[in-house]
Design a binder for this molecule. Structure first.
Ligand code: B12
Ligand code: SF4
Length: 533
């Protein structure tokens, strides 16, 4: 038995042109990719300390000559939107004669696609890592290690190996407090992968993670990647006072974002705590304003409420909402353009991710569509390098409403919501009234100083290269300076969003219009050849 092992972790490339890839914005802000690979660095922390680990993130850097030769084992894997590159990495490793182990959400949801990898570590690694390590140390170089479902005790999860990250490559770093979500949305794979009983880390554990990041020199944007931060309200309410105290003691080194369900709006105490901890934004799946569709898709927590009022309550805590909307639910009877646009305008949500309904592998939706004979063959296999992206590759099933109408609605909503006047109109209404928490003059001056370079870069780009934004951004900036200076940072955040969202939406619209044209061409009756004279 040998105690040493050279592990080459390769984090595969994400498919391009996604809402989440911040194309253009990353370069402008001096980063290479928005988010860091938290799953991989968590796995790294679970391996024996005597093993040497090299992490190569293919989204930010190239594999160097010699990396593969150095490795005793290659570890790779991630999500569906990385499947295309994961399969390439497996091939690269196997061609170099190295055993390759895969893991992460996509191999867990679709193991058959990765069956040719030498080793599969499926599910939450914490629960199965000891078996894998023991087998490796016995000299076994193949095998399938499957964790029992939802058993991982996250209070035992070690601090992720943040030291393996090159912070400058990223716009933000992720940490995780909880796994799982109590709700039952039909299209969601989170509850299948991580369960419906949210498991949380302890406050001490979380503060140790923050302390490690702090001592490694990280400052700035920290994302709580929880599926639903408020899935276990009692636990998060216990944690937040510790987080507030830590943030205050360290003079607020981190501005925080997360994901939560809309019922966050019902708990003013929770909102107050999040505000004080310096949460600046929360991603919420609103999905659709159509009650019937919400009921059918089992997203009952969004029903029987006014969506704009709920969002307003979150704004009152100084936290802005980024929303997810889906077009293509089975219950849609007619165009959703009007209702969706109205909901977004009434709720004043500037940034919205629009998806076409996607049957992700390992969901109730996928199983229902399969039973109904509507699921497309190869729905879980990425042959094009586009799969998984809810904006580009949705509707991987036979729709009930004509497909063409759904696609036309998608284009219609995106066009209206991302028209520059509409977008900046919402930004202005939101920011003039957003009551950001007061972090104190010293923190504001320090942050402004740290970000002055980014501020000038963004404003220079807006002023000289983006005429459609220039007037709006300068106007809101000046108005905010006079009427609501605490929201200035958010003006720049919104400008950055539009910098990449405008070209992305043009691309998405072109892509979807291409699909519409294909459908039209397939529908056109063939013109008979003129008869020969
Ligand atoms: C943060 C996040 C993102 C970030 C990415 C951050 C990054 N660089 O990794 C962003 C915002 C970019 C993102 C985008 C998307 N995401 Co995402 N994302 C998440 C989220 C919420 C947290 C990921 C995380 O850090 N988890 C914490 C770590 C500790 O958990 P973990 O990754 O599961 O890792 C554990 C194990 O899986 C294992 N493990 C992980 N990797 C490996 C590798 C090996 C070799 C081994 C052995 C083990 C192993 O060890 C860890 C400890 O147990 C997850 C849900 C979740 N709870 O994980 C969804 C999730 C991964 N995303 C998902 C999806 C579908 C997407 C999108 C495609 C669509 C979307 N939701 O908008 C887009 C991709 C678009 C694109 N083209 O880029 C699905 C994936 C489903 C699938 N079958 O693959 C998930 C599971 C849930 C969801 N529906 O959102 N996402
Ligand atoms: S609220 Fe979000 S995480 Fe929870 S089940 Fe619904 S879609 Fe999934």
């Amino acid at each position: 038995m040998s105690d040493s092992c050279n592990v080459l972790m390769i984090f595969p490339k994400f498919n391009p042109k996604s809402f989440w890839s911040y194309d253009g914005a990353c370069e402008l802000l001096g980063a290479k990719y928005p988010a860091a690979p938290l799953g991989m660095i968590t796995l790294a922390a679970l391996l024996p300390p005597s093993w040497d680990i090299r992490l190569v993130n293919r989204n930010t850097e190239e594999l160097q000559d010699g990396d593969l030769a150095w490795a005793d084992i290659v570890m790779t894997g991630g999500m569906l939107a990385q499947q295309f590159d994961s399969l390439k990495v497996i091939e690269l490793a196997q061609r170099a004669g190295k055993p390759v182990a895969v893991g992460g959400p996509d191999p867990t949801s679709s193991p058959r696609i990765y069956a040719h990898a030498d080793i599969m570590v499926l599910g939450e690694t914490e629960s199965i890592i000891d078996e894998f390590i023991a087998a490796w140390q016995r000299g076994e170089r193949t095998g399938v290690f499957e964790a029992p479902k939802f058993q991982a005790d996250v209070t035992k999860t070690p601090i992720p190996r943040f030291d393996l990250l090159k912070f400058k490559q990223y716009l933000y770093i992720g940490v995780q407090f909880s796994r799982g979500c109590p709700f039952l949305c039909e299209f969601c794979d989170i509850i299948e992968l991580y369960g419906r009983v949210p498991r949380t880390k302890t406050p001490t554990q979380m503060l140790a993670e923050l302390e490690r990041l702090y001592s490694l020199g990280y400052r700035g944007h920290l994302d709580f990647v929880d599926d639903n931060l408020i899935g276990n309200k009692k636990a998060v309410k216990e944690f937040l006072p510790h987080l507030i105290e830590w943030q205050k003691r360290h003079k607020f080194p981190f501005m925080l974002t997360t994901e939560a369900s809309l019922n966050l709006a019902d708990d003013l105490e929770l909102l107050r705590l999040m505000r004080e901890a310096n949460f600046i934004a929360v991603f919420i799946g609103i999905e659709t304003p159509d009650e019937e569709a919400l009921v059918m898709t089992q997203k009952k927590q969004n029903t029987r409420r006014s969506i704009p009022e709920s969002v307003r309550r979150i704004y009152d805590a100084g936290i802005f909402v980024v929303a997810g909307f889906i077009v293509g639910f089975d219950s849609e009877k007619a165009s959703v353009i009007e209702a969706m646009t109205r909901c977004i305008e009434d709720a004043t949500i500037p940034v919205n991710m629009f998806s076409l309904l996607y049957a992700l592998p390992n969901t109730q939706l996928t199983r229902r569509l399969e039973r109904e004979g509507r699921l497309h063959a190869g729905h879980d296999f990425d042959s094009s390098g586009r799969a998984g992206d809810l904006c580009l590759a949705g509707l991987n099933f036979d729709t009930l409403r004509p497909r063409r109408d759904i696609l036309a609605d998608y284009v219609g909503v995106v066009l209206r919501v991302y028209d520059p006047s509409a977008f900046f109109g919402r930004v202005r209404r939101l920011l003039l009234s957003l009551d950001r928490v007061d972090l104190g003059a010293r923190v504001i001056v320090r942050d402004s100083w740290h970000e002055i370079d980014r501020f000038f870069r963004v404003m220079h780009h807006v002023t000289w290269h983006r005429p459609e934004m220039r007037r709006h951004v300068w106007r809101i900036l000046i108005e905010c300076l006079i009427k609501n200076p605490r929201a200035i940072r958010t003006v720049i955040v919104m400008a950055v969003f539009y910098l990449y969202l405008a070209p992305l939406t043009r691309y998405l619209i072109g892509h979807v219009e291409g699909q519409i044209a294909e459908l039209d061409a397939a529908d056109e009756p063939e013109v008979p050849e003129p008869a020969a004279a």
